[in-house]
Design a protein around this ligand. Structure first.
Ligand SMILES: N[C@@H](CCC(=O)N[C@@H](CS)C(=O)NCC(=O)O)C(=O)O
Length: 319
C-alpha cells in the first residue's frame, strides 16, 4: 500500500491526524455526458460512446463495487470493459495479476503506472475505481459517486435503458441521505478500522452504530432509503453493508453487532443482494482476501478468516 509523490511510488501506510484516518479527494473529476459537453466538473470532450471507456476495479472495494452495480443495472456491460485488479494490495499497491486482453494499456503491471501515464508527476493515492478513456488515453474520473451518476444517464440513448436511480424529484432527499451515510457509514467504517488512537476509533464506532440504528428504523417504515423507490442511495449503502459481517465487524473492530442482527437491515440487504445480477458483482473471496491480507498493519499474520457462513440467498420479508 502506498502512494505517488511527484510520479515516484512510495510504499507507505496512511498518515493520520490525531489518529484519525482522512480520505483524500479524488483528483480526476471529468464527466462522460451524452453529447460530450462538460459535466459538473472538469473538462468536456468525453461523449458517451460504445466501447470507448474502460473501468479498472477491485472486487474487494466498496467504491468500485458501486460502479460495477451501475454498469450492470444500466446494461452497460457490452459497452464498457472491465479490468479487475488482484485482491492483494501489497507494496506496489493495486496490481494486475494476469494480463487481460481487455486491458487498454499494454504491459502495465501496477495501477500506479496508469496514473503516471496520464500525469508523469502525479502526487496522491492511487485508487480504484478508475474510468479510462481509450480514445484519449486518459483517466476520465476516479470518483465512484460521479461515475455512477454518469452511468445512470449518459449512455441511455445507446443502451435504451432509461431506469433512473437519481430521479429529479428525489434528488434533494437522496443527496441528504448520501451525505450522512457516507460520513457515518461508508467512510465511517474506514475511520474505525484505520484509526491509530483509541479515541478516534471509538468516535467512529459510535457514529457507525448510531447511523445503522437510524437506518434500521427508516427501513421499518419504508421499503427503501428514499421511500418506495429504489435509488442510488440504496446501492451506495449496499456495498458497505454486504462487506460488514465478513470484514468490518472483525477486521475493523465494529463488533457491537452484525448486520444479521438488525431485523430490517438484514432483510433489506438480502433483498438487494437477490436482485438480478447483483450476486455476480459481489465476490466474498476478493473482499476477505483483500482486507485481511493487505492490511498487515492491522492483521500481521495475514490469516484470512474462513467464516462467517451467512446465506444471503435465503428468503427475506421485503416484498
Ligand atoms: N473517492 C474514491 C475512493 C476510492 C478508494 O478509496 N478506493 C480504495 C479501495 S476501497 C483504494 O483504491 N485505496 C488505495 C489507497 O488508498 O491507497 C471513490 O469513491 O471513488
Amino acid at each position: 500500500m502506498g502512494l505517488l509523490i511527484d510520479g515516484t511510488w512510495h510504499d507507505q501506510w496512511y498518515t493520520s491526524e490525531n489518529g484519525e484516518f482522512v480520505r483524500e479527494h479524488a483528483q480526476y473529476r471529468n464527466w462522460v455526458t451524452a453529447d460530450g459537453q462538460p459535466g459538473l466538473s472538469g473538462d468536456g470532450g468525453f461523449a458517451a460512446e460504445s466501447g470507448r471507456y474502460h473501468l479498472f476495479v477491485s472486487l474487494a472495494c466498496p467504491w468500485a463495487h458501486r460502479t460495477l452495480i451501475f454498469r450492470l443495472l444500466k446494461d452497460l456491460e457490452k459497452h464498457i470493459g472491465v479490468t479487475v485488479v488482484d485482491p492483494k494490495m501489497l507494496k506496489h499497491g493495486w496490481t494486475f495479476s494476469e494480463v487481460s486482453q481487455d486491458n487498454p494499456i499494454a504491459n502495465i503491471q501496477y495501477l500506479y503506472q496508469l496514473y503516471i501515464h496520464v500525469k508523469p508527476d502525479y502526487t496522491g493515492r492511487v485508487t480504484v475505481p478508475v474510468l479510462w478513456d481509450k480514445q484519449r488515453n486518459m483517466i476520465v474520473s476516479n470518483e465512484s459517486s460521479e461515475i455512477i451518476r454518469m452511468f445512470n444517464s449518459a449512455f441511455d440513448a445507446i443502451t435504451g435503458n432509461d431506469l433512473d436511480f437519481y430521479p429529479e424529484v428525489l434528488r434533494n432527499e437522496i443527496d441528504a441521505i448520501n451525505e450522512v451515510v457516507y460520513r457515518d457509514f461508508n467512510n465511517g467504517v474506514y475511520r474505525a478500522g484505520f484509526a491509530t488512537e483509541q479515541s478516534a476509533y471509538e468516535k467512529a464506532y459510535n457514529q457507525v452504530f448510531a447511523r445503522l440504528d437510524k437506518i434500521d428504523n427508516i427501513l421499518s417504515k419504508c421499503r427503501y432509503l428514499a421511500g418506495d423507490q429504489l435509488t442510488e442511495a440504496d446501492w451506495r449503502l449496499f456495498t458497505t453493508l454486504i462487506r460488514f459481517d465478513s470484514v468490518y465487524y472483525s477486521h475493523f473492530k465494529l463488533n457491537k453487532q452484525r448486520i444479521e442482527d438488525y431485523p430490517n437491515l438484514s432483510n433489506y440487504l438480502r433483498a438487494l443482494y437477490q436482485m438480478p445480477g447483483i450476486a455476480s458483482t459481489t465476490n466474498f473471496g476478493h473482499i476477505k482476501t483483500h482486507y485481511y491480507y493487505s492490511h498487515s498493519m492491522i492483521n500481521p499474520t495475514r490469516i484470512v478468516p474462513k467464516g462467517p457462513e451467512i446465506d444471503y440467498t435465503r428468503p427475506h420479508n421485503r416484498g
